[in-house]
Design a protein around this ligand. Sequence first.
Ligand SMILES: Cc1cc2nc3c(=O)[nH]c(=O)nc-3n(C[C@H](O)[C@H](O)[C@H](O)COP(=O)(O)O)c2cc1C
Length: 253
Amino acid sequence: MISNPVIDAMMNRRSIRKYREEQPSDDVIETIVRTGQQAPFAMQMGSVLLSREIEHNVFRAPLLFTVCVDVYRMEKVMAKRGWKRNASDLYTLMFGIQDAAYMAENMVIAAESLGLGSCYIGAAPFMTKKIRELYELPDRILPLVMLTMGYPAEDPPVRPRYPIDSHLFEGKYTRFSDDTVSEAIEEMDSGYLRQDYYRRANYMIPLPEGMKEKFNLDSYSWTEHVSRKLGLWGGDPEDLLRNLELCGFNICP
Ligand SMILES: Cc1cc2nc3c(=O)[nH]c(=O)nc-3n(C[C@H](O)[C@H](O)[C@H](O)COP(=O)(O)O)c2cc1C
């Protein structure tokens, strides 16, 4: 694989969940947000909210960004030109989510290059009421993801990924066989076990009553963890739909 400073920064990045208290300067913050803005966009529908209140921030991070899909600003701009939205909320969000996500990832890479660490926090779309109140958000802004940031106070190893063959398909998609699924699982699970990831975190997602636990901290790894997330959680679409509605979006009119 080719190496250069940008690629090295991307390949060596890992989520940081412990931070020094030192506040990054305004200059650093402006640089990170400007590089975020400079990400490719469909309609420039990303915005970031910032909290520097360490004591309230996730992981006591000096910076907590909440990256939002900002349709409010877009519609203000359109209104100025005398346009009203025809696009459905599903259509609009499909692009807005991408704008916000690419913005967030540019911020992560910029932060990395400046010696800061970061970690995404996925809870934002489930806590829209609190975020709307805290930042006095108007309708048509959807909190998409939070991003903790600051100077690292830990040095965790780089986390494994599936082998590239299971991510790159030239010409046509190659169906997974039993063997290739096993290889992908093995790469992830042995990697996380080598790092003692879940033992250090001392955490396994508990099974509901009636399901027998077959794992312990010697054997529980990433595949079981992610399978439990999608196998147990998030079954009720009403929850997210309600949160979207609270922000003024209706994707099933
Ligand atoms: C959308 C999204 C949501 C995430 N939510 C959380 C979270 O709530 N808590 C957390 O500790 N990490 C969270 N992460 C970080 C992932 O756990 C992390 O990126 C993944 O385990 C890979 O590890 P790495 O970033 O160190 O390579 C999230 C990442 C993404 C992209």
